[in-house]
Ligand binder design. Sequence first.
Ligand code: ASP
Ligand code: MG
Length: 418
Amino acid sequence: MKVFKFGGMSIKDAEAIKNVNHILSLYDKEKIVSVISAIGKTTNQLEMIVETFYANKAEKFNLFHDIKTAHLQIVAGLFTAEDVDVNKDINATLNALEDYLHKEASENYDFEYDQIVSYGEILSSKIVYHYLKKQYIPVVWIDARKLIITDNNYREANINWEKTEKKIQKTITHHFKTNRLIITQGFIGGTLEGISTTLGREGSDFSAAIFAHAMDAESVSIWKDVEGLLNADPKKFSHTVKLDKIPYREAIELAYYGANVIHPKTLKPLQNKKIPLFVKSFMQPEEEGSIIHDFKNQKNIPCFIKKTRQILLSISPKDFSFIAEENLSTIFAIFAFFGFKINLMQNSAISFSVCVDYRNNLAQLIEELQTEFFVKYNENVELLTVRHYTEDSLNGLTDNKKIILEQRNRTTLQVVLK
Ligand code: ASP
Ligand code: MG
């Protein structure tokens, strides 16, 4: 069996969903689990609903109305009034969300987030399921919240692998006896008590990897709006090339440095079972795309990753002590506590520099560091990473900005620009 993941752009409207049917028709001899994301930008809209719901603003119903209209419009583009099942199913799901919004929010923001935001994937997967069923494909819809078992760390739930693998194996094997296709949701899971959770933004890739790992799938394919994995983000760089064959290790490095390739948690479950990951274009499904697998000795193409809205902090002990094990562990604990991810670090005898993504609790982080350290910082700097750099890699890339920190090892060059 194979696992497919269809992201928000690949199902953004009625035409796109028809194209999903076309893609699946190219694999009509295969058993496939399809993991579906929320339609287009629905997750962002649902996040706004959560904010207004939590603040108890009436605006929540306007936002809900927008989501409702967009989904019903897609339903109208794919079905007629005679398709009673889909109309009933989607209306019931929308009504359940609306009812939820009438309730009072609990104290726990992250809990409310997961209860509301998970509707995006429930709605999209139901629409896709009903559309495929209408094409007489033997297909079943499965609720991922009953298979992907997590703890209650809402918004970033951790997988209970043992329970999840058992549930997936049992349920999927059972349904493949009479169906060729299984439609389920990305991004969402559930606790053992049956409460909805989410796995972190862009988590649908990870869901696909979880299903593939549990089922020992032949491969995973992620259907995207680009031709495959590129050596740089085309929105930020003018010349990009497609990477054809990428070793798992290289893909993990790229994800680590912030390339917007695939959700960083996706690769481990696949690598552990040597399951290949295909990244393919939903507009040109016959094209090869990119393959991430257990490749050795690939030609190293330079890859460029630009991260904006970075903060560069220099930290030095007030008592003039060395930056060594003890100071470092205090510093790391503070960064971890406030949820900052360190993108680059460099130290000298009495100073430690780190580059982190901006977060709105930056002031609290600095305040805490200042109890023991002097802290200097630069806001709004840019971090440029070049994998497999050459001597002229930076030509034309620094946009006349000043390099305020530089670090290189054998494979990777990083500069902080201001
Ligand atoms: N719909 C979720 C998001 O937009 C999950 C995903 O698309 O992977 O983050
Ligand atoms: Mg997505």
